[in-house]
Write a protein that binds this ligand. Structure first.
Ligand SMILES: NC(=O)c1ccc[n+]([C@@H]2O[C@H](COP(=O)([O-])OP(=O)(O)OC[C@H]3O[C@@H](n4cnc5c(N)ncnc54)[C@H](OP(=O)(O)O)[C@@H]3O)[C@@H](O)[C@H]2O)c1
Length: 361
């Protein structure tokens, strides 16, 4: 994937997506998970400058407060109305925290919200298990992100009747979902199950093999979830009651690569060069998030990617997303995800009362 660098990708870092006119988000409430750093923080700044009241999530109170202050000050300095910036706690390594966050959000926003960006994510070269028993990258980027979407979607759909147009549910994904070899996934699905395979330390790649094991796998699982959530967002008339989209911001100079850069001497050498050649600024990266939050209804379900045209993406997405084999794997992966979430989260069990019992771990 390091060599997957068409000129468009390199050039892209020099051209910024245009921002919408001032006031475009006036009167709107925008929720951004992982708003304390990186793309989430700068996207929250853009939304506030464009007039939105912003809710960001945090794990660490002082990082949260620093981000809150930065968003509010930036909005004020840009001449936006005094934006309300609210902090809400969310640690996506735990389902209980996801459930509590959604409960608080519903309580605090009785009139609904206009945009939810599920952005929080991680990369790590080190094997770490979440309190729920899954490898942390799979837990945060896939399982908990999908859980949040499933908990939020019925509430966001209910609000459709009171809105002029549907609210937006945006996933910060990655082009990396194109990279896993899903023929292997078919074997894992039959033997030990996909989630178990990806969370078994025995299968963690050897030291030099990759500095971001499971990142691409987590984003493919997420995209399989997004396909289902896209369907669930449709109303009885076949039109979206919530506009669901996902996007890849391209390579952005954020904190996400910190663990990779500290992994070994080779990574310490390569990561800064890679970022210097391909990495775009945070401002540029976050603009893709703003664009995703404004997609029209007819783009419901779209994955937007900065350095591939729609046609190029669809060609590349054939093996993992749209082929018959991919559809088969997607169905198996989704069954595992729903089975896991139904077993551990009563609200999901109720939503999927017909779902099969928990997968064995
Ligand atoms: N940077 C890129 O080149 C790139 C490319 C493609 C896609 N993306 C995607 O963009 C999204 C944002 O990444 P970034 O590059 O902005 O990374 P970042 O600078 O590391 O920021 C990640 C954010 O996610 C939060 N987070 C991490 N683990 C969490 C957890 N367990 N529970 C709740 N929040 C958690 C972090 O909170 P703390 O402050 O508490 O750590 C932080 O706010 C990710 O989904 C990533 O996969 C990034």
């Amino acid at each position: 994937m390091l060599l997957d660098v068409p000129p468009r990708r390199i050039l892209n870092r020099f051209f910024a997506e245009p921002l919408p006119p001032a006031g475009s988000f006036d009167g709107q409430t925008v929720v951004v998970t992982g708003g304390t750093a990186g793309i989430g923080l700068v996207a929250a700044i853009h939304f506030a400058k464009l007039g939105a009241d912003v809710i960001i999530t945090y794990r660490n109170a002082s990082r949260g407060e620093a981000a809150r202050r930065k968003i509010a000050e930036s909005a004020l300095a840009a001449g936006a109305k005094a934006a309300t910036v609210t902090l809400m706690e969310l640690d996506m390594s735990s389902y209980a925290s996801c459930v509590a966050f959604v409960g608080e959000l519903k309580k605090g926003c009785s009139g609904g919200v206009d945009v939810v960006v599920l952005n929080a994510g991680r990369i790590s070269p080190n094997f770490e298990t979440s309190p729920e028993g899954w490898e942390q990258t799979i837990q945060v980027n896939a399982l908990s992100t999908i859980l949040l979407a499933l908990l939020l979607l019925p509430w966001m759909k209910e609000e459709r009747a009171h809105r002029k147009s549907p609210a937006h549910l945006v996933f910060t994904s990655s082009r990396d979902h194109l990279y896993p070899n899903i023929k292997q996934w078919a074997v894992w699905a039959k033997n030990e199950r996909i989630l178990n395979h990806l969370s078994d330390e025995k299968n963690w790649p050897w030291f030099w093999a990759t500095s971001e094991p499971n990142y691409a796998n987590s984003k493919l699982l997420l995209m399989y979830g997004v396909q289902e959530i896209t369907k669930q967002a449709l109303g009885p008339d076949g039109n979206p009651e919530v506009i669901v989209t996902s996007y890849c911001p391209g390579t952005v100079r954020t904190e996400i690569a910190r663990d990779i850069a500290g992994y070994n001497w080779l990574a310490r050498l390569i990561v800064p060069i890679y970022m210097a050649v391909l990495g775009k600024s945070l401002d540029h990266g976050a603009r893709y998030c703003v664009a995703a939050a404004m997609r029209p209804e007819h783009e419901h379900g779209r994955f937007a990617m900065v350095w591939l045209t729609e046609e190029q993406y669809l060609r590349k997405a054939l093996p993992n997303m749209t082929s018959d084999c991919a559809k088969n794997i997607q169905a198996m992966a989704w069954k595992e995800i729903i089975s896991e979430l139904s077993a551990k989260v009563p609200a999901i069990k109720n939503q999927n009362a017909h779902c099969e019992s928990s997968i064995e771990k």
